[in-house]
Design a protein. Structure first.
Length: 240
């Protein structure tokens, strides 16, 4: 799942600058480590093939000039079912994502809208992504295992991130990897992680995108957490 985090964080900052002053879950039993084997490749194909619309709440904090501010809001994220396309001269599947919503900081609400194009190979491996100001190209051949169990973790692939399709200006890289986490006796959480690095190879953001997965490869969205720095100051957002 591609998220327009630069846009979201920029809008949060804009709301903070427009405001004044400052502002600053759980329950149930713990997770169970299932002993089942889960079909990772099928779950990944289902994410690409099925499309979805998610209505999510946003909570978090963002530090500006050394002061931590609370951020709330709501977003709607829609991903289309795939169409046949090409990317970098290769046959591809194209999913279009759109995000709309409102963020509120210090009683100032800022609406936004954005879109991204997500390209996969015809075997459902990540290939590239295009959004405003970013052009992602996968290095080499990414790897998605057929199956996995709770506790498994691996790197899927690494994107080069450019400003546009000319690939003249390199912004950094994005490391895509996963961890299979405990959930229930019959399900597991597939945590899809993206670590973003700038041109000096310093981590600037990390996203943890969690989906509940059953033994048939069906998936249900759980949450997405974004942490990192923006304008050299930390942020922490939760979408669920």
């Amino acid at each position: 799942m591609k998220w327009s985090f630069d846009l979201i964080l920029g809008l949060s900052l804009a709301a903070l600058l427009a405001g004044c002053g400052g502002s600053g879950g759980g329950g149930g039993s713990g997770p169970v480590a299932s002993t089942l084997t889960f079909p990772l490749a099928t779950a990944n194909a289902n994410l690409i093939n099925n499309g979805y619309t998610l209505h999510l709440s946003v909570t978090g904090t963002q530090v500006v000039n050394g002061t931590s501010y609370g951020v709330t809001g709501s977003v709607t994220l829609t991903q289309s079912t795939p169409t046949v396309s090409t990317f970098e001269g290769q046959a591809a599947l194209l999913n279009t994502q759109s995000m709309t919503g409102t963020l509120t900081v210090l009683s100032v609400s800022v609406p936004f809208a954005s879109s991204a194009q997500i390209y996969s190979t015809t075997n459902y491996a990540p290939l590239g992504e295009i959004s405003s100001g970013s052009y992602y190209v996968m290095q080499g051949t990414p790897t998605i295992p057929l199956t996995g169990k709770v506790g498994d973790a691996a790197v899927i692939g690494i994107y080069n991130v450019y400003t546009d399709s000319t690939k003249i200006v390199l912004l950094g890289t994005a490391n895509i990897h996963y961890v299979i986490e405990a959930d229930t006796a019959n399900t597991a959480i597939i945590n899809l992680i993206e670590d973003d690095y700038d041109i000096s190879n310093a981590v600037i953001a990390s996203t943890q995108n969690r989906w509940k997965m059953n033994s048939s490869g069906n998936v249900t969205f759980v949450s997405n957490r974004l942490t990192g720095t923006y304008l050299s100051e930390p942020f922490n957002y939760l979408f669920q």
